[in-house]
Design a protein around this ligand. Structure first.
Ligand SMILES: *[C@@H]1O[C@H](CO)[C@@H](O)[C@H](O)[C@H]1NC(C)=O
Ligand SMILES: *[C@@H]1O[C@H](CO)[C@@H](O)[C@H](O)[C@H]1NC(C)=O
Length: 430
């Protein structure tokens, strides 16, 4: 007895998923990532860095690394190695061996076997050459009875990688950052030291700031700076001397917004959100703490994103600054179905589901890949990929890749198998 493929399809359409999964179960499996490298890797020239990548499948997939333009990553003696287990190693290097296209670039991991190929998300690699730097103390304001603001000045070329870890009140009192601020000293999370209620006894006390480089862990300490108190007794209207203009955090992390004003008497701070039709005062709550110049929000969600305003005021006047909080919500990408068997000449349909916290996310920039190569956008209806008149060349691994404006990529994989009609007929007639 002979039944055409077409007839079989119609016959079993209602049991599509179950039937095809049973009949076309084979020992071959396309590659899937077990360990996908992270989206960002930063390291110093002295430590070097490594990127792990592993995949499973049958036969066991091989791992390669490619550049953003899909060319293969090669070994460079003493600089870059690709280990047999898939790990890529960027070796420690002297400053002179820095190469933009090795040390500050995008890599992707590729897993392949006889079934097909899949590419990982983009890995943005950034190596930083350790450079000597100095930090200095700057005293922004120090009026009797008011609050002194001491700043640790870090050169701009390393500012982003260096943070203030503590201040030393000479000879040996260490002050650490805190979100509490009731004492005489308050080290803000951004590194400024506040000294409240300045008195004659504070005159000529010395302070040093200690900073640490995030990648090299190098600690740099300033020379001690004496506090000179300005005996000016009049009113100084507030001016904002520091604020966190744009704070970017991931969902569920804590966010600290900060706005420091100098002025005498010491300014009072108010915080507002601009997320509604008009400014609304920010109120303390279980997740929200207001502490003068600090607005701390715990376990942020996408709804906390937006524009905030801080206002510092005293009898002399007021000053304000705008701040923006961006909360990156994680997204999950999935292809349905993730294994699909279609007979020759049939139609395959994959759908890319993009969700965040369980809800669908619309308007994503979706790209489809087949065996590691981007497909032309023809045949793509929004989040659905349709492969018509399936032939042998269409077998393999499909991927849906979502690229966010910040540069992060997310991907999911699915396998398209070619069904054998004859097996199906035999099973049915038994
Ligand atoms: C590969 O081997 C290196 C060195 O033996 C090890 O550090 C690394 O973790 C391994 N990678 C994976 C993906 O197992
Ligand atoms: C990294 O660069 C610094 C500054 O040029 C240099 O002193 C250090 O030796 C380098 N590290 C290595 C492992 O070459």
């Amino acid at each position: 007895m002979w039944i055409s493929c077409h007839a079989v399809t119609i016959l079993f359409l209602s049991h599509f998923d179950v039937l095809f999964a049973e009949v076309f179960e084979t020992h071959l499996r396309g590659p899937g990532f077990v360990m996908e490298p992270p989206g960002r890797v930063e390291f110093s020239n002295s430590s070097g860095g490594w990127l792990d990548c592993s995949a499973s499948g049958s036969p066991q997939p091989t791992i390669d690394w490619v550049h953003a333009d899909s060319t293969t990553v090669t070994e460079i003696h003493g600089v870059r190695r690709v280990l047999r287990n898939g790990t890529m190693v960027l070796l420690p290097f002297p400053a002179a061996a820095y190469h933009q296209d090795v040390h500050n670039t995008i890599y992707r991991c590729v897993a392949s076997n006889s079934v097909g190929r899949v590419v990982s998300r983009d890995v943005q690699v950034r190596a930083v050459v350790a450079q000597a730097y100095k930090v200095d103390v700057e005293v922004l304001s120090a009026s009797r009875g008011c609050t002194a603001i001491l700043r640790c000045v870090v050169p701009t070329f390393v500012k982003e990688l260096v943070r203030v870890v503590s201040w030393v009140h000479e000879p040996a009192i260490y002050i650490y950052p805190s979100l509490q601020g009731d004492g005489k000293f308050h080290l803000l999370p951004t590194g400024e030291l506040l000294i409240h209620n300045l008195q004659e006894t504070d005159e000529s006390q010395s302070f040093r700031c200690r900073s640490m480089h995030r990648l090299t862990r190098q600690v740099v300490v300033s020379s001690p700076t004496r506090l000179r108190i300005n005996s000016h007794r009049g009113i100084i209207s507030p001016s904002i001397v520091e604020h966190t203009a744009h704070v970017q955090v991931s969902q569920d992390e804590g966010a600290v917004l900060l706005c420091v004003a100098q002025g005498c008497p010491s300014p009072e701070y108010s915080w507002y959100t601009h997320n509604g039709p008009g400014p609304l005062p920010v109120l303390s709550g279980p997740r929200i703490r207001l502490l003068g110049p600090i607005l701390a929000i715990e376990a942020v969600t996408g709804e906390d994103s937006g524009v905030y305003k801080c206002t510092a005021s005293n009898v002399g006047g007021e000053a304000s600054a705008e701040l923006r909080l961006s909360v990156a919500t994680p997204i999950q990408v999935e292809i349905q179905p993730n294994v699909l068997s279609v007979h020759m000449g049939g139609t395959a349909e994959f759908r890319c589901l993009v969700t965040s916290n369980g809800s669908p996310v619309g308007m994503q920039n979706i790209l489809w890949y087949k065996d590691g190569r981007q497909l032309p956008s023809s045949g793509r209806i929004e989040d659905t990929l349709i492969v018509a008149r399936v032939s042998r060349e269409n077998r393999g691994m499909y991927q849906c890749v979502v690229r966010r404006p910040e540069g992060d990529t997310f991907q999911a994989t699915a396998e398209l198998q070619l069904g054998e009609c004859t097996i199906e007929v035999k099973n049915k007639t038994k």
